[in-house]
Design a protein around this ligand. Sequence first.
Ligand code: NAP
Length: 225
Amino acid sequence: MIFEKIIGIGACDEAGIMGKEGKLPWHCPKDLKHFSNTTLDCPIIMGRHTFQSLPAHYLKDRTAIIFTRHPLRLIPKKTQKLASGRVQSAENRFPRRGSYCQYKPPSRESISRQLSIPPPGQLLSLFGYNCPSNQIVVSSLREFFAIEGRFSTLYVIGGAQIYTLFLRENLIQEFILTRINGLYSGDTVFPLSLLKGWPNCRVEETPTFSIHRYAYPCYNYPHKT
Ligand SMILES: NC(=O)c1ccc[n+]([C@@H]2O[C@H](COP(=O)([O-])OP(=O)(O)OC[C@H]3O[C@@H](n4cnc5c(N)ncnc54)[C@H](OP(=O)(O)O)[C@@H]3O)[C@@H](O)[C@H]2O)c1
């Protein structure tokens, strides 16, 4: 993958709450508009929970990169019956414990070596689900960097797990963070501590929220290929 920069974008309340039961804890159309305008036409990077919470129109006409360690969880419910049937028949092809006298359970590594588990996209199609061509599913940062293509700006749009992954690995050059006024109840917390020490400025102030732009000072992409 070749890219210019990765920018984080998100919103949290005064205490850092950013999600509740798979949704946003607030209704703030102005901030959603800011999100849409800022990321318009750019590729977006997200975790599976965020992907499954996004209205379809955010995924139209642009590349979406989805992180999951369990690609089969992306299969929509209506096609899951078929998929689980296939899992069952695949399992039946392997000997069960006790089938051979000297059976030793294989290690995880040897299973993946022998089965050569295909990349997530291929795995999904083996299970009868074809991702739309603009959606790329990855299971790790290594697979993320192996995506073929040339991009200018990519946006990391959440959730907390994926912000944390990218911030910890120093992969984010700028972060555009909306602070929603007030305190909300929720179950997902923005990793504010990972932006500590980043120079930032307030770029917009409204009666309900303010937008801050954080810049990582001495930036280089260690993994850029
Ligand atoms: N306020 C905002 O700006 C904002 C933005 C986005 C989302 N949200 C909210 O935040 C919540 C979702 O956030 P979240 O933190 O729970 O979930 P998330 O980051 O969207 O997705 C988590 C999932 O990503 C996958 N994942 C995480 N680390 C990975 C890694 N290193 N490699 C491969 N896959 C990895 C795992 O998928 P598998 O379980 O499939 O393996 C994990 O369960 C929702 O409530 C959403 O509405 C708020």
